[in-house]
Ligand binder design. Structure first.
Ligand code: 3HC
Ligand code: NAI
Length: 697
């Protein structure tokens, strides 16, 4: 017996308790402790029933993910559970918190489950690129039905104990003391002489076997490119078609296949990357945070209104400040329309919508912001306008209020210099649509105070965002990396590669959309204006930069909003349709630059777009703009639609091999010129045979 698992016998009931903080994961100590306690309880003559419960905030939340990829010390979980399945005394699992993955599989091997009303259960393995590997795919359909099992196993969705009880997955939902209730339940089972409810003895049936193919077809769309969801369907189908032992064999086989594959490695990497992102280098975990109960947002345009919704959804007071009452009215209407839409779609009730709306107020007077805890500025992207706003904020806001800017390109230190309190100034760079996108770049200025940083990171979590720390530079982490990506998309067009081929290659790589479709969505006029201003300022902008995009804009093709950009769009549709007029514009641009079409493979298209991301990321790491490579992965997954199963650009680079990337880039440099200058850090790591992951801190 280990201290991670203990057993007490009270009134002929053996109470086995797991105590393995923070989430009672099934580490070696827990597995071996459980095995010996259960065996001891089986042999102990006075024991009539067993209750399995957990200390701390949750029931077992799954296998210990940190042990994955290493040799497994016996007992492996499936062996432990096979052993538990032979126990002749009733076992009751007492569920609180989240019984997830291997934790739910343990509970399903027990004969009964008693749960607190607040408890949730789920099999989230698919989110780690896996399938439940300890009988979960065989037991869940047998006890809860094929439909719910397919839903839970392919989505990883957690269900409440009430929903679980309706499906028979939980035997009793209780309030009050869980352990007392579970012991009482166990005593009743003994008193009633109830036969053991062993799920492995049950059968799983399905009314319409077509459900499996329907799921496969649906998942091919919604989880495009992912292996695990399809395998999940295969194993649930096996629960219907095979006996329990045969089904478990198939489950094991596919589980191991996924576990050793790159996709699961990538998804497990992201699980830890996401949590690691919250750790700010050089910031003590005990750094105090400032209280934030009220927020003001300056500028209620596209971003400002989206940002406001995040805080309203969390029940916080939000004040919008606009430069005119008309603009204010527009912003408020936009937010109201969002809540009305949510009600119409049945996502929230009218009361919830009304409560959120009641938290919103508006003003055009800075003096009314004298008591807010946090201000987020989202006005036009112009330093003069930002100066005006921050000067006023400095004048009217209370001491200690956090003053944030949502700027996407401007220097936070310069913005901070407009105030007498640069330590209170920070960048909070939301992504559009700001109420949906989960990424939040938290930009740490030269003088940003530690407690402001700590508050911003906590706030990100509170509003369900993933905060990633960025230093100050043009474009921060994400947009700065995009520059080379956009440059190469333009260069490929000038090499005569059709827009649809470029986009399809990237879509097939797994990106949410290709670069040109993305350009059409964002609007081609934005980049056009930037290039025009830079040329007017006398900056050295290569003639190839925007050579095609500028012609498109000048022909009125501003992107989706104009119904035409790199593609044509039917009224009301977002589907890009190739357009001969664009081919003509491309031909003209190529002729003007004396370019002829090249024969370029899809593989080269992907490399020419993805490798500049990796190269710029290496510069970003070298300059200390990003704290660690995995933060960059988080930025690209949550902000830019990079395929999850490739783990983000840094993880992907490591899987390709930095040596191979450098060799290809050298080849591109010899063929396409100095844009392909290799970042010193990338070169150095490749020469040393190292990976980006080796730089982790
Ligand atoms: N193994 C190892 N460590 C884990 C873990 C696990 N299964 N689950 C969480 N942790 C760690 C986290 O890395 C984090 O560590 P840190 O503090 O050093 O960053 C710490 O526990 C706390 O985690 P969270 O910050 O996520 O805490 P929350 O309270 O927000 O959430 C949770 C708790 C809902 C349990 C969430 O951690 C979670 O979803 N965990 C993963 C659950 C999971 O995927 N289980 C399935 C595992 S695969 C499996 O069981 C295979 C089996 O079928 C054979
Ligand atoms: P927008 O043009 O939709 O909204 C700006 C709003 O600010 C307008 O409603 C305008 O009336 C108001 N405004 C302008 N000057 C003001 C002032 N002095 N006082 C009060 N209100 C004022 O612009 P958008 O897209 O919302 O961008 C706002 C900021 O967010 C910019 O800094 C931009 O770079 C940044 N950003 C934009 C993203 C996007 O995808 N649109 C993404 C991330 C950041």
């Amino acid at each position: 017996m280990t201290s991670a698992v203990t057993m007490n016998i009270v009134d002929n009931i053996a109470v086995i308790e797991v105590d393995n903080p923070p989430v009672n994961a099934l580490s070696f100590a827990v597995r071996s402790g459980l095995q010996s306690c259960v065996r001891e309880a089986e042999q102990h003559q006075s024991v009539e029933a067993i209750v399995l419960s957990c200390r701390g905030k949750t029931f077992i939340a799954g296998a210990d993910i940190t042990e994955f990829g290493k040799p497994m010390q016996p007992p492996a979980l499936p062996d432990l559970l096979a052993d538990m399945d032979t126990i002749s005394k009733p076992i009751v699992a007492a569920l609180h918190g989240t019984a997830l993955g291997g934790g739910l599989e343990v509970a399903l091997t027990c004969h009964y489950r008693v749960a607190l009303a607040s408890a949730k259960v789920g099999l989230p393995e698919v989110l780690l690129g896996l399938l439940p590997g300890a009988g979960g795919t065989q037991r869940l359909p047998r006890i809860a039905g094929v439909e719910l099992a397919l839903d839970m196993i392919t989505s990883g969705r957690k269900v409440s104990s009430t929903e679980a009880a309706k499906a028979g997955l939980v035997d009793k939902v209780v309030d009050g003391d869980l352990l007392d209730n579970a012991i009482a339940f166990a005593k009743q089972v003994v008193a009633d002489g109830q036969p053991l409810k062993r799920i492995s003895d049950m059968t799983a049936t399905v009314s319409d076997p077509a459900v499996f193919d329907e799921y496969r077809a649906k998942l091919a769309k919604t989880r495009r490119g992912f292996d695990a969801p399809q395998y999940c369907v295969d194993v649930v189908q096996a629960a219907v078609e095979c006996d329990f032992a045969e089904g478990c064999k198939k489950e094991r086989e596919l589980f191991l296949k996924l576990m050793t594959g790159t996709q699961s490695q990538a998804q497990r990497h992201l699980f830890f990357a996401e949590r690691q992102a919250g750790h700010v280098v050089g910031l003590d975990k005990a750094t105090p945070t400032r209280e934030v109960n009220s927020v003001a947002i300056i500028g209620a345009g596209t971003m400002g209104s989206g940002i406001a919704i995040n805080f309203l959804n969390k029940g916080m007071q939000v004040t919008l400040l606009e430069m005119s009452l008309e603009a204010l009215e527009r912003g408020i209407e936009h937010i109201y329309a969002y809540y009305d839409g949510q009600v119409n779609k049945g996502r929230i009730t009218q009361d919830q919508a009304d409560a959120s709306k009641a938290l919103l107020s508006g003003t055009d007077a800075y003096a009314e912001l004298d008591s807010v805890d946090l201000v987020i500025e989202a006005v036009f992207e112009n330093m003069g306008v930002k100066k005006d706003v921050f000067t006023k904020l400095d004048k009217y806001c209370k001491p200690g209020a956090i003053l944030a800017s949502n700027t996407s390109t401007l220097n936070i230190d310069t913005i901070a210099s407009f105030t007498s309190r640069p330590e209170d100034v920070i960048g909070l760079h939301f992504f559009s649509p700001a109420n949906i996108m989960r990424l939040l770049e938290v930009v740490r200025g030269e003088k940003t105070a530690d407690d402001v940083m700590a508050t911003a990171m906590k706030l990100a979590k509170d509003i369900n965002k993933i905060g990633v720390v960025s230093g100050v530079c043009d474009g921060f982490i994400g947009n700065r990396m995009l520059k080379g990506y956009g440059r190469e998309a333009g260069a490929l067009l000038l090499d005569g590669v059709a827009p649809v081929r470029i986009d399809k290659a990237l879509y097939d790589f797994g990106m949410a959309m290709g670069p040109l479709t993305m350009g059409d969505l964002a609007g081609l006029d934005v980049g056009y204006r930037v290039r025009k201003e830079r040329r007017e300022r006398g900056d050295d902008v290569p003639v190839t930069d925007g050579a095609i995009a500028d012609r498109l804009v000048e022909a009125g093709r501003l992107g989706q909003k104009a119904g035409k950009g790199y593609y044509h769009y039917e009224a009301g549709s977002r589907t890009p349709i190739p357009d001969p007029e664009v081919d003509e514009i491309i031909q003209q641009a190529m002729a003007a630059l004396n370019r002829t079409a090249k024969d370029i493979s899809d593989e080269e298209i992907v490399k020419r777009l993805i490798y500049p991301l990796i190269n710029e990321a290496a510069l970003i790491l070298d300059e200390g703009i990003a704290q660690r490579p995995s933060d960059i992965d988080v930025v690209y997954i949550y902000g830019y639609g990079f395929p999850v199963y490739r783990g983000g650009p840094m993880f992907y680079a490591d899987t390709v091999g930095l040596k191979n990337i450098v060799a290809d880039m050298e080849d591109f440099k010899s063929r396409y010129g100095d844009d392909w200058e290799i970042a010193p850090l990338l070169k150095q790591l490749a020469e040393q045979g190292r990976k980006f992951a080796d730089l982790a801190k």
